[in-house]
Ligand binder design. Structure first.
Ligand code: C2E
Ligand code: CA
Ligand code: CA
Ligand code: CA
Length: 275
C-alpha cells in the first residue's frame, strides 16, 4: 500500500500495475512508431449542411502497432500528452497531412481544406509558429489550405500567447477551429477576445437534437453568428439531426451519417459530389 497523505491509502493493485506497464510500453513504442511510419491519417469529410457537399476533411490519426495491431487515438494521444511526445507526434502528423494536401491540390482540388488536431501543449510551445511556416514552405501549401483544431482549455489558459500565435499564422491564412466547443471551460466571455475562425460544436450537443432544436445549440449558433464565426456540427449520426440542423444557421457538419473517417484514397473519391 502507498500512502497519499491525509490518511488516505491507495492500493497499488494489479490493474494499476498493468495500466502503468501499458503506459510505459506505449511511451517506448511511440518514438519507434514515428520513426517506422506506423501512423496513418484517416480523413473524415466535412460537408455543407444544406447540400452535403464536401469542402474538406478532418485528419484523424490511426496507429498500426506491429504487435498490438490497431490502437485507437484515445489510447495513446493522452499518454503522448503527458510524456511530451505529443509535440513530435503532432509534427509528424502535420507533415503527413501536408503531403496529402500538396498532392490533392496538384491534382486540381484547389479549394480543399484539411483540418489537423493540434494538442494545446504543442500549440503553446515556443517554436509552433515557425514550425507551421516551415511545413508550408516545405510542401508549398496553398494559402488557406490548412486549418488547426485546438480545444478550448489550451487557448484560454494563456489568451495573450494564443493571440500572438494566431497572428503569427495569419499570413498563411491558417484558420483556427475551437474543437469540442461547449464541453471544456465554456468561457463564453473569452470567445470574443480569441481571433479564431471556426467553432466546432461538440457531439454531445448534437446527440440531443432529436425532435426539435436545442436551446443550447441555438445559443451557440447565435453567439457564433454575432462573432462572425463559421460553425461545424460534429458527430451527426441521424437524418433527423441533419434535418434539424438545416433549420438553423449551422454551416457545416461531420459525422457517421455521411461518412466515417476513411483512408486518403477513399477520401479523395468523396470530393466533388454530394454525399
Ligand atoms: P476529436 O478531435 O473530437 O475527433 C472526433 C472523434 O469523433 C473522432 O474519433 C471521430 O472518428 C469520431 N466521430 C466522428 N463522427 C462521429 C459520429 O458520428 N459518431 C461517433 N460516435 N463518433 C464520431 P477518433 O478518430 O477516435 O479520435 C479521438 C480523439 O483523438 C479526437 O477527438 C482527438 O482529440 C484525438 N486525435 C485524433 N487524431 C489526432 C491527431 O492527429 N492529433 C491529435 N493531437 N489528436 C488526435
Ligand atoms: Ca477534432
Ligand atoms: Ca471534436
Ligand atoms: Ca474530442
Amino acid at each position: 500500500a502507498k500512502s497519499t497523505g491525509r490518511g488516505q491509502v491507495k492500493f497499488f493493485n494489479n490493474t494499476m500495475r498493468k495500466k502503468l506497464k501499458t503506459h510505459a510500453d506505449i511511451e517506448n513504442d511511440l518514438q519507434h512508431g514515428i520513426e517506422h511510419n506506423e501512423f496513418e491519417l484517416y480523413f473524415q469529410p466535412i460537408f455543407t449542411i444544406n447540400s452535403s457537399e464536401v469542402i474538406g476533411f478532418e485528419a484523424l490519426v490511426r496507429w498500426h502497432h506491429p504487435k498490438k495491431g490497431f490502437v485507437p487515438p484515445n489510447d495513446f494521444i493522452p499518454i503522448a500528452e503527458t510524456t511530451g511526445q505529443i509535440i513530435n507526434l503532432d509534427l509528424h502528423l502535420l507533415d503527413l497531412a501536408a503531403q496529402h494536401i500538396s498532392k490533392w491540390h496538384k491534382q486540381g482540388h484547389r479549394f480543399l481544406k484539411v483540418t489537423v488536431n493540434v494538442s494545446s501543449r504543442h500549440f503553446a510551445s515556443l517554436d509552433f509558429v515557425a514550425q507551421i511556416h516551415s511545413i508550408y514552405n516545405k510542401y508549398q501549401l496553398p494559402l488557406g489550405s490548412l486549418c488547426l483544431e485546438i480545444t478550448e482549455s489550451g487557448l484560454i489558459e494563456n489568451l495573450e500567447l494564443a493571440t500572438h500565435i494566431i497572428e503569427g499564422l495569419s499570413p498563411l491564412k491558417v484558420k483556427l477551429c475551437l474543437d469540442d466547443f461547449g464541453t471544456g471551460y465554456s468561457a463564453l466571455g473569452y470567445l470574443h477576445q480569441l481571433p479564431i475562425h471556426i467553432l466546432k460544436i461538440d457531439k454531445s450537443f448534437i446527440d440531443h437534437l432529436q425532435d426539435s432544436t436545442n436551446p443550447l445549440v441555438e445559443a451557440i449558433l447565435s453567439l457564433a453568428q454575432s462573432l462572425q464565426l463559421e460553425v461545424v456540427a460534429e458527430g451527426i449520426e441521424t437524418q433527423e439531426q441533419l434535418a434539424i440542423l438545416k433549420l438553423t444557421a449551422c454551416n457545416y457538419g461531420q459525422g457517421y451519417l455521411k461518412s466515417k473517417p476513411v483512408t486518403a484514397s477513399q477520401a479523395i473519391k468523396l470530393i466533388n459530389k454530394p454525399l
